[in-house]
Design a protein around this ligand. Structure first.
Ligand code: ADP
Ligand code: MG
Length: 318
């Protein structure tokens, strides 16, 4: 027999993460009670993962717990925010203790690493789906927005793109997946430190979750500008570079999703300030293109021709 809803909450959710001083009341009452720091703005986000849509129903629960929080942390990173409080909605076909223990282990480990406390949520039965709502802070007026890019700004990208999409592609073909690509798909590392350092420096920022062209496209339309990407400058892992090299199809890097890197724009005059800010950071950042007048994003391939493959990122209704 499975455990009851209330035992589930007590056993797996209560005390799952470390306690923050600004949480007056966490899990257990009708709602959480939190103390806001005076003089800081709240930043809120929510993301849902649906079985069969965002992950396979038999996916490793620990990776899922990690990823459900990581995708939200990535949104706060793209805003330059510091995360604080999470709400977790679990819709489960059944209360499977082993699955829950794995899921919460992945969730809690990442939460503790970023000083996030799980302060509440909801639990119900139904087709497997997970939502996380995350709240954080930013100093007034310093949040990174999509809308600040100007003509002449340079476009930068953290980490590398294409590895998660490569893992999915290999999975679909039933081919073996190297640990590095599997890890990039299952356990994305949200770029919170980088996002914090970009405040007051980057003119605009977005996290790359649905494909580089699509997400940079969102930044461009919010800013009323166009962008051109130089594919030769794109940071790629050796495996992704080799895959692209086989047939010259760049869609893995340009339209593959699930990278959770930061893409941001910077006035060229701030190049040295950026170098200084990046010192000691755990992730590399590369200049991959430039903002121009007009609209849309184009990508120039290493042979000088224009990329004409898949442009769009993931859209749930198309
Ligand atoms: P209510 O019926 O008032 O919605 P619930 O029984 O759903 O209350 O929740 C009881 C407590 O457990 C609340 O504090 C709620 O935030 C918390 N809770 C429920 N599900 C979760 C979950 N999946 N993760 C974290 N906290 C949860
Ligand atoms: Mg409830």
């Amino acid at each position: 027999m499975g455990i009851s809803e209330f035992d589930l909450i007590r056993e797996f959710c209560q005390g799952a993460t470390r306690v923050r001083a600004d949480v007056l009341l966490g899990i257990g009452d009708d709602a959480a009670l939190l103390r806001c720091s005076p003089g800081r703005e709240l930043v809120m986000t929510l993301d849902t993962l649906v079985a069969g849509r965002h992950f396979l129903p038999d996916a490793d629960p620990q990776s899922l717990g990690h990823k459900a929080l990581a995708v939200n942390l990535s949104d706060l990173a793209a805003m330059g925010a510091e995360p604080a409080w999470a709400l977790l909605s679990l819709t489960l076909p059944r209360a499977d203790s082993a699955w829950l223990a794995g899921f919460m282990a992945g969730f809690s480990r990442l939460a503790d690493a970023h000083e996030v406390q799980l302060v509440g949520g909801d639990t119900c039965s139904g087709p497997l789906a997970i939502s996380v709502q995350l709240t954080g802070f930013v100093e007034p007026g310093t949040a990174l927005l999509r809308s600040g890019a100007s003509v002449g700004d340079l476009v930068y990208l953290s980490g590398a793109v294409g590895d998660a999409a490569l893992a999915l592609q290999l999975h679909g073909r039933g081919e073996p997946i190297a640990a590095q690509q599997q890890r990039r798909l299952d356990r994305p590392e949200p770029r919170l430190q980088l996002g914090r350092r970009l405040r007051g420096l980057a003119s605009a920022a977005i996290d790359v979750s649905d494909g580089l062209l699509a997400d940079l496209g969102h930044l461009c339309s919010a800013s009323g500008v166009a962008a051109e990407i130089d594919c030769a400058a794109l940071p790629l892992s050796p495996a992704t570079a080799a895959w692209i090299g086989r047939d010259g199809d760049w869609s893995l890097a340009l339209a593959g999703g699930d990278d959770y890197e930061l893409c941001f724009t910077l006035p060229p005059s701030r190049g040295e300030a950026l170098e200084r800010e990046l010192r000691g950071l755990d992730v590399a950042v590369h200049c991959i293109g430039r903002i121009g007048a007009g609209q849309g994003v184009s990508a120039i391939l290493p042979d000088g021709s224009r990329y004409t493959g898949v442009q769009t990122g993931w859209d749930h209704f198309r």
